[in-house]
Design a protein around this ligand. Sequence first.
Ligand code: DGT
Ligand code: ZN
Ligand code: CA
Ligand code: CA
Length: 588
Amino acid sequence: MALRPTASTNRDIAEMLRQIGEYLAMQKVAFKPRAYEKAAEAVAGLEEEASDLYAKGGVKALREIPGVGASIAEHIEEILKTGRLAYYESLKKETPVRLDELSRVEGLGPKSVERLYRELGIRNLKELEAAAKAGKIAALAGFGKKSEEKILKGIGFAKGAGQRFMLGHIMPKVREIEAMLAAVPGVERAIAAGSARRRKETVGDIDILAISSDPGTVMEAFVAMPGTLSVIAHGATKSSIKIRPGINVDLRVVPKESYGAALNYFTGSKDHNVAIRQIAVKKGLKLNEYGLFKVGPGGKEVRIAGDDEREIYARLGMDWPAPELRENAGEVQAALAHRLPKLIEYGDLKGDLQVQTDWTDGTASIEAMAKAAMAQGLAYIAVTDHTKRLAMTHGLDEVRIRKQWKEIDAVNARLAGKMTVLKGTECDILKDGSLDLPDEVLAKLDVVGVSVHSFFGLSRKDQTARVIRAMENPYVDILFHPTCRIIDRRPPIDLDMDAVIAAAKRTGTVLEIDAYPDRTDLRDEYIRKCVEAGVQLSIDSDAHAIAHFPYLEYGIAQARRGWASRDDVVNARPLAKMRARLKKSAGW
Ligand code: DGT
Ligand code: ZN
Ligand code: CA
Ligand code: CA
């Protein structure tokens, strides 16, 4: 991936600087607020990422940004290095106002926030909403009815933003909850339905179903769960809590004879549910969360399925679609026609083709990463450290990468028969589509991955041409994290994905599914296009630490959501077959 997972974009940096200015303004500090505001504007308006400037020229380059002096340059350096800024955090702690919340409301500038705090004591969104609804804002001089209405509208959007959680951050919690509930006396089963069961890349809330002979006891255990922030509802068969980091969890206890129907209903998606209900209706049946029913004469309902989800589909004349497919994106028709894809399974990966080590921005040695991959059941990894343009990560040049090969040879000798470490790179794609390492070096590597880490803002035409030019290099094997999106932080680069997929087909380039939780790049719809076009995929962890290999699961989930089977994934093959498939020169 680009940098550390904390890597900050110009937008992040500008936002922090801007908020510092606002906090200082609220504290009535002289001059400084304006300086931060100006620096924030300058950073937001930069053509190049500050991380790139810093990579090339260090703090000195940052000081050349107009309006950025010595101390702000140091702040930016701290943000780039750690993703955080101690000064910002201390200001945030000192100030009672939730600027991060209030600044999400469109049209609410620091001056307004300051006045609303001073005159009405408003500290957060909730208080803002209450004041607006009570007409208190319209009554303030300079605000008026119009701006009050605008604020109310803005609150609506601000509440919706950033409210979803990444699958990779939520699944460990889901499993903890399932295990905790399964251990409660009387509980026969406890399972997460909803988007978590569908393994959607982001999850809005967690929906748990349980079968229990003693619902009251399960509910007691649930609302008393460690990590609970608040109990929203505590009922006899349904309860809701909010847990860290702010996600809601619903628990429903369902009768055994309805378990399959409830699981089906609460797994969704809603669109999938609507589609299969229509199929039931066409067959003269009725489907709901309690079961599948035959409606007899006089409206008498007879349950014909309900305890088992598979049986419901069977009774509808359908094959059982894996939850990952249930988006009403063709899976209903395929299930009826008995033509569902045979999806890649969670244990199918044999290796990992994108791994960073302490040669650049990873935290562990090549050998430690190799051993951690072994512990995950993998037989090979490619070490793919960054290249020199990403100086900030201490990216490798020709000289250092050759040194790295010696270390890889030594590790391979020690781990012989158990694990193979391949020589690779995550070579930077430069602005014009040329690469950051010479062809002579690329020719010697086992795995040449390339990726975009700069000039994210190029036009669709230029960005597409840039990426395709890199793919046309005969030594390039894989395009890493193709769209460069980071969930909630960076939008995807503007690529003509149809053209990129066609180029992948033509050049034999593999497209990566980067499993790192905030990337999950490619998205499911593009994966499906690759599968249809016959373009190979790789599923990589993008590990920067030994603890990151389990992320592969989320890449497999994404592949399944994109209808990929094992044959579509290059690193689901054993080493020799993977290598034969990877190298364009192999002439497959
Ligand atoms: P999320 O939580 O936004 O990530 O997405 P889901 O899919 O988990 O949605 P959620 O939690 O609102 O509801 C869980 C499931 O319940 C949903 O996937 C399908 C079912 N469901 C909810 N509301 C409706 C509805 O109005 N009609 C139908 N047919 N199903 C619904
Ligand atoms: Zn990268
Ligand atoms: Ca949900
Ligand atoms: Ca829900």
